[in-house]
Structure formats: structure tokens, C-alpha cells
Design a protein around this ligand. Sequence first.
Ligand SMILES: Nc1ncnc2c1ncn2[C@@H]1O[C@H](COP(=O)(O)OP(=O)(O)OP(=O)(O)O)[C@@H](O)[C@H]1O
Ligand SMILES: [Mg+2]
Length: 398
Amino acid sequence: MTTSILLVVGADDATAERITQTIGYRAVALSTATVAPSGVSLLRGIDPVQLPSVIVFTDELPVDRSLQMASEVHAVRPDIDLVLVGDLEAQLVLEAMRAGIRDISGKLEDAACLANLRSRLDARSGTTRVGSIPPPPGPVDFVSRTMTVFSPKGGVGKTTLAVNLAVSLAEMSPMEVVLVDLDLQFGDVSTVLDLHPTHTLEDAFGAGALDSLLLKTYLTVHADGFYVLCGADSPAANDKVTGDQVIALLELLQSQFRYVLVDTAAGLDEATLAALEVSHDVLVVSSMDMACLRSVRKASELVVELDLMPPSRHTVVNLTDKQSGLRIKDVEAVMGVPVDFVLPRMKEVQAAANRGVPVLAEVKGSPFAKGVRALAKRIYDRARNNEPKPTHRRNEVA
Ligand SMILES: Nc1ncnc2c1ncn2[C@@H]1O[C@H](COP(=O)(O)OP(=O)(O)OP(=O)(O)O)[C@@H](O)[C@H]1O
Ligand SMILES: [Mg+2]
């Protein structure tokens, strides 16, 4: 038996809440910022037991986009009832029907439209889903890989690396990457990417029972083909978040995405330790100075002692320049591990961040971009081979 859920595509939470109050069924809103781009199923990643029974496409979206999504959903789940809101010309009505739309309804606020939705949900509540209908694409057809970017020190380039790695992985696996801003107090991924999220981690941690449908509505799509779970606006918003909550969130994302990339705050807080616990890869980032290198070594040793060091470790030295007076050999001696990637200090990197664009999108052939791409390729290859073991192999770029 199932409880009917209504998915309202192209609406805000307040609208969904109003609908829920009026019709007595759970309505979940998917804002236009979260709608998957063309070619990615709207249902991707949603746990089959939480699939909506009825989907209504509002007139916030262009009709052709709604029809495209409708036909993609209809192809994999013809049992889902699809409704379109709008005032269509005859030709479009025909196209809508071909796309699997079963009804075209007037304004969402109208009593008649809501009554129509309620009776459709009534008709579907309590029905058992037909076993012969396949589940939507994902979440079980891949092995997910989680990577945490970590450093005991601030300002060493964790966020810069995380953002650019997301771009690079998304070039190889579009819409299969989610970047999580787990710098719970001062996360700045949305600033660096110039995103204006409708929802943030505050909603994800605040939701009593987080499920895959709700989580999907909390993500923001970036134009370069990946999703972001943005940090909360207020530094105090997530101060009570526990390690268990972080693990539950990441495990849910693992069920939906091939790559889960986690940016963290400087240091080793509870959230970072929890992320390390469920990560396959850790990207240990240091700048090219003695104090930072020593801290990285100590923090890494602590993570090993706690038995939380992920199986695949990539050591990244960022912001390198000639002025440091250190050679990579010296760095390795201080850190006690081989350096895998060396990323040079480049003014373009900071300039890009200030403009809210990932540097990879701007200066494709730069040594920084080449280094990030090499790192992404290494993770991609390991993910394809399902290989957790690190093989330390210098991939120096500077
Ligand atoms: N290779 C680089 N060349 C030049 N500037 C860089 C480079 N890497 C990072 N930066 C700049 O250094 C600053 C700090 O980077 P970033 O915010 O990524 O560090 P962080 O480790 O995430 O810091 P925090 O711990 O405070 O979150 C930013 O202004 C960023 O643009
Ligand atoms: Mg940061």
C-alpha cells in the first residue's frame, strides 16, 4: 500500500504547504532552480517507495520543458498521473497528450484544480504499485564514491579545489555529481559559484525525516552540470548538527549520485569526522608553508589514529610559488607522505572566485586547471574500476 504524494514542479514551499493543507495529501514542491536539465529524468534518485502518484507541472516553467519532462517520466513510469497547469492552444493540447499528460487544469490556486488533484490522489491512494513497471533510472545502477576535501588550516584552497573538482567530474559525468558545503558555519560554496539557493543544508538537517524526494528539492543545479547542497545563510543555523545526521545525509546522497563531493571547514569538527567516516577518498590540502604542512601531518595522523582515514588518499599542495623557498622533497619530508598534486598560486584563480565562476570554466589550459583535471581523472578512473586502494604516484604540475 502507498500513501499518495503530489509533486508540484515549478512551485515554492509555501504553495506546496497550502496545497497540502487544502487537499490533505503531502505536496512537495520542486522549484525551477532544482529542476533537472533536459535529458536527466525528473525521477532520478527518488526512492521508488517515495515516488509521487501525481505530478503537476505549473506554468512557472516553459510548456515545452514541462512536456519534455512529462514524456521522460511517462516513458519509465506510465503509472504516474501527469497534470499540466495552463491555458493551451489546441495543437499544444495534442502534444501534451502525446507526452503522457492526462489532464490540463486551470490555475493551481483555483478550488476546481485542487479538487481535481485531490480526486486523482484519492484514486491512487492505497493502490499497490505494479511490479512489472521498472523503477526510475538510478539510484541503484552505480557504485557511488564520496570524496572529502580536508585541511586543518583555513584559506589553503579547500573550497576552490572542491568547486573546480565538481566542474571537472561533471564534464565526465554530467548531473552525477553533488557538491555538499559542509563548512557548517562559514560555508561559501554558493558565493564562489554565484548561486542563490532556495534551500540550504539548514532545510536538509531541519527536516525531521529526510527522504530522497525531499532532499532532491533542496539541491541547486549549477549551469556546469552538477548539483550543490548549499550552506545555510546563518552561521548558527546548523550548530546542533550531529555526526549521525551528517552520515545519514551523505548516505542518502550516495543513493542518488555517483559522486558525492564534500567541502569542509578548517580543522576536524564533528561534521568533518563524520564525512571522513563514509568517504572513499580524502583530498588532504596544504599550502606551501611549514606551519600548515606540520598541522596537516598532525591532523592526518589523528585521523589515522581514529581509524577514519578513507582508503584512498590524495595529498594536494596548493598555492605553490617560488617565494616559499621549499621544494616538493622538503614538503614530503615534513608531511611524511608523497605529494600527489601540486597546484600553483595563480591570480586567475582568485579573480574567478571573486566573479563567482569556477576557474576551470575560464582558464582551461592553466597549470591549476590541468592539476585539478588530473585529480578528477584519477578519481573517475578509480570509481570506474571500483578501486578503493591508493597508489601514490606523483602527478606534479607546477
Ligand atoms: N591556486 C590558487 N591561486 C591563487 N589563489 C588561490 C588558489 N587557491 C585558492 N586561492 C584563493 O585563496 C583564497 C582561499 O581559498 P579557499 O576559500 O578555497 O580556501 P579554504 O581552504 O576553503 O578556506 P576556508 O577554510 O576559510 O574555507 C580564496 O580567495 C581563493 O580564491
Ligand atoms: Mg572553504
